[in-house]
Write a protein that binds this ligand. Structure first.
Ligand code: GDP
Length: 453
C-alpha cells in the first residue's frame, strides 16, 4: 500500500496543526524534511517517541515542529506513522503537506487512516464506524455509546452470536453431508434453543437502536400545524434562538427552516414548515407540499394546535396525516381561553401535551414528552448499541434469516432448508463486522469520513 498523508487537524487556523503520514515510507519521508535539534535521525527514533526540531525544504527552514513516531504495528493504522506537529496556520500546514507529497506521499482519501486500521485488522467495521460517532458526539450519552462501540462491545456481542451460528451450521452440515460417518445427530430442540437465543440477542440490539439513534444520530423531526398556531415560537423555544420568523400574520413561515438542537440527550433535526392547508398562493403551496412530504419521511412529527381557536378542517387534515406516524401533539397557547379539549386530539395522537410556548416551562414539558416517546428516558448507554443504519439493516436481515431457520425447524423442513437460513444470517453478521464485506460496502462506510481521520 502506498504511503499517504493528510492534515489531521481541522482545515482552519489553530495553535497546532498535525500532518499525519502513514505507510512504509512514512519514516523515510519524514526524515527527509525534518531535522531534530538534538541531531537524532527520525529513522533512529523508537515508536511512541517525539523529537523537537525543524521542518526543512532542501535545507531552508519551513517551521519548528515536533515529530512523533509510531512504529508498525503499534500505530492507529497498523503501519509506520509519523505525525508532524507544526504551527497551526493554514498556509504552514499546506506547505508542510505539499513538501511531504513532493517527497513521495500520496494524498489520503476520506477516512483513509481508519480504513487502513480496518484493513490491517486493528479494528472491525463496526468499530471503524464508531470513530466518526466519537468525533461527532454532541453529548455524554452519545459519547458513551460511541466509545463503548469503539472499544468493541458491539463487535464482541456480534462475534459471540456468529460463533454460535457457525458451530450450529457446521454441526448440521457435517451430519447431513456425511450420513455414513459416526457424527452425532443434531437435536432439533437444542438447535432451536440456540437459534432462539441468538434471535433474542439480535432483537434486543434492534429495539435499542431507535432510542439510541435519537441520541447518537438525531431524529429527523418536522414541526407542523396551520399558520399562526405557534410553530416558529416553539422552534425558537427548542433551539433557544430567534431562528424562524415569528409574526402574528398567518402564513409567514413559508420556507422550511432547519436546525439541529439538543434537548437533554436527544438530538432533534428540526424542520419548521408552513401549514398544511390547501392554498391558491403559489409560494405558500410549495411550502405546504413540502410539509406533507416531510410528514411522510420524518421519524417524528411535532403537530401543533392552537387551543384558542376551534379545531378546523386544516387541524383535522393534520390529525389524519399523523395517525400512522410517531407523533407528539402540542396543544399550544394554553394561556388563552380554551376552544376545544385536548381529549379531541388524543383520539388521534395518544401523546398530547398542553402548554404555552410563551411560558418558560414549556421546554421541560416538551423534553419530558420527547424522552418518553423516543424511549430514551431509562436507556442504559453503557449497554451495546448499534450506531449506524447499515448496522441496523444487517442485524435486521440476520434476525429475519434466523426466524426463517426456526420456521423451517418447526415446519419439519429439510436440514438443508434450515442450514440455508442459518448461512444467510451468518453472512449478514460477517458483513456487519466487515469480515466478509464487499469492497463497495467498505468504501461506502469510509466515504462518510473526513480527510485526515
Ligand atoms: P406559526 O405561524 O405557526 O409559526 O406561528 P408563530 O410562532 O409565528 O406564532 C403566531 C403568533 O402566536 C405570534 O404572535 C406568537 O407570539 C403567538 N404565540 C405563539 N405561542 C403563543 C402562546 O403560547 N400564547 C400566546 N398567547 N401567543 C402565542
Amino acid at each position: 500500500m502506498s504511503t499517504v498523508a493528510a492534515i489531521a487537524t481541522p482545515n482552519a487556523a489553530g495553535g497546532i496543526g498535525i500532518i499525519r503520514i502513514s505507510g512504509e515510507d512514512a519514516i523515510k519521508i519524514t526524515e527527509q524534511c525534518f531535522k531534530s535539534f538534538s541531531g537524532k535521525k527520525v529513522s533512529d527514533m523508537k515508536g511512541y517517541t517525539a523529537s523537537y526540531g525543524q521542518v526543512t525544504d532542501k535545507d531552508s527552514p519551513v517551521d519548528e515542529a515536533v515529530v512523533i513516531v509510531y512504529r508498525a504495528p503499534k500505530s492507529y493504522t497498523g503501519e509506520d506513522v509519523c505525525e508532524i506537529c507544526c504551527h497551526g496556520g493554514l498556509y504552514i500546514m499546506q506547505k508542510v503537506l505539499r513538501l511531504v507529497f513532493s517527497l513521495g506521499a500520496s494524498p489520503a482519501g476520506p477516512g483513509e487512516f481508519t480504513k487502513r486500521a480496518f484493513l490491517n485488522g486493528k479494528m472491525d467495521l463496526i468499530q471503524a464506524e464508531s470513530v466518526m460517532n466519537v468525533i461527532s458526539a454532541s453529548g455524554d450519552a452519545a459519547l458513551n455509546a460511541a466509545r463503548n462501540t469503539l472499544k468493541g462491545d458491539v463487535s464482541k456481542k456480534i462475534s459471540e452470536i456468529s460463533s454460535l451460528l457457525i458451530s450450529s451450521a457446521a454441526a448440521l452440515a457435517a451430519w447431513s453431508d456425511y450420513p455414513d460417518e459416526d457424527i452425532p445427530a443434531v437435536e432439533s430442540g437444542e438447535l432451536r434453543k440456540t437459534l432462539q437465543s441468538a434471535l433474542d440477542s439480535l432483537n434486543k440490539l434492534l429495539q435499542r437502536y431507535d432510542s439510541g439513534k435519537a441520541v447518537t444520530q438525531g431524529v429527523n423531526t418536522v414541526i407542523c400545524g396551520k399558520p399562526n398556531v405557534g410553530k416558529s415560537t416553539l422552534m425558537n423555544v427548542l433551539s433557544g434562538c430567534a431562528r424562524s420568523i415569528v409574526t402574528s400574520v398567518a402564513g409567514t413561515t413559508r420556507d422550511v427552516v432547519e436546525e439541529t438542537v439538543r434537548i437533554g440527550d436527544i438530538l432533534l433535526r428540526l424542520a419548521d414548515t408552513a401549514g398544511i392547508r390547501d392554498t391558491d398562493d403559489e409560494v405558500e403551496s410549495i411550502g405546504i407540499d413540502m410539509a406533507k412530504e416531510r410528514i411522510d419521511t420524518a421519524d417524528l412529527v411535532l403537530a401543533v394546535f392552537d387551543v384558542s381557536r376551534p379545531l378546523d378542517s386544516e387541524d383535522r387534515l393534520l390529525l389524519e396525516l399523523c395517525k400512522e406516524k410517531r407523533c407528539l401533539a402540542i396543544v399550544n397557547k394554553s394561556d388563552l381561553e380554551h376552544s376545544f379539549s385536548s381529549a379531541e386530539i388524543q383520539k388521534y395522537i395518544p401523546v398530547t401535551i398542553t402548554l404555552s410556548a410563551k411560558n418558560e416551562d414549556s421546554f421541560n414539558t416538551i423534553k419530558d414528552a420527547l424522552e418518553n416517546i423516543l424511549g430514551t428516558a431509562g436507556l442504559d448507554f453503557s449497554q451495546e448499541m448499534l450506531t449506524a443504519g447499515r448496522q441496523y439493516d444487517n442485524v435486521k436481515k440476520a434476525a429475519e434469516c434466523i426466524e426463517e431457520a426456526i420456521f423451517a425447524i418447526d415446519s419439519l423442513l429439510t436440514i438443508d432448508a434450515v442450514n440455508v437460513s442459518i448461512d444467510c444470517a451468518i453472512e449478514q453478521l460477517l458483513t456487519l463486522t466487515g469480515k466478509k464485506a464487499s469492497e463497495e460496502i467498505v468504501n461506502e462506510v469510509f466515504s462518510k469520513f473526513c480527510v485526515g481521520k
